[in-house]
Design a protein around this ligand. Structure first.
Ligand code: ZN
Length: 196
């Protein structure tokens, strides 16, 4: 009896240390939530094509006044700019503006976990030769990772290879997220941020 109690205690200590390992050796990765989308205020939106109609909502004077009011009320960036016909200079013809939302999460990153027998059997279509990474982190980030748009690890843009998995039980559980690298760099999102 005494023996089994000790071993259980040891076992728990070992399990609890898993999270300590994550917080001690982990690094911050950037998790991008689905961006907030808002219809462009500068052009008419076309619901059929899901893009801008290429027509400005305002006259040149209205656009100048609105942009001035917008900046005066604490807004930043370009929100109103007159154009005759063609690509809206505010939304670049998309019809909506996207605001990236990112969160930093401390995770334990293992590149190429295949080497430990955790093979990702099929490479997602179109991503042959992609590098796989396994992230271990706190289960409280389950929803965040499940619904994320992408994950950036050391500048590498990654997508989920499969839904995140919880391993273990209760307080001892850990979230395992398998991702793979894509060819895109992280420039795009930063570019959008700067334009605002
Ligand atoms: Zn627009």
């Amino acid at each position: 009896m005494v023996h089994s109690r000790i071993s259980l205690k040891t076992k728990n200590r070992f399990k609890n240390s898993m999270r300590d390992v994550v917080s001690g050796l982990g690094k911050d990765v950037t998790v991008y939530k689905q961006p907030l989308k808002a219809e462009c205020l500068n052009c008419f939106y076309d619901k059929l094509t899901n893009s801008s109609t290429g027509k400005c909502k305002w006259t040149a004077l209205e656009a100048i006044t609105k942009q001035a009011d917008y900046l005066a009320s604490g807004g930043a960036g370009l929100q109103y700019k007159f154009f005759k016909v063609g690509r809206c200079p505010v939304c670049k013809g998309k019809g909506f503006l996207e605001t990236p939302r990112k969160v930093w999460v401390n995770t334990l990153v293992t590149w190429n976990p295949q080497n430990r027998g955790n093979t990702l059997r099929t490479t997602p279509a179109g991503y042959e030769g992609a590098t796989v990474a396994e992230l271990k982190t706190d289960p409280k980030y389950h929803k965040l990772f499940r619904d994320c748009q992408k994950v950036v690890i050391e500048g590498n843009v990654c997508k989920l290879a499969k839904p995140p998995v919880l391993r273990g039980l209760g307080n001892n559980s850990i979230l395992v997220v398998t991702v793979f690298t894509t060819d895109t760099t992280d420039k795009e999102s930063d570019g959008i941020l700067k334009q605002y």
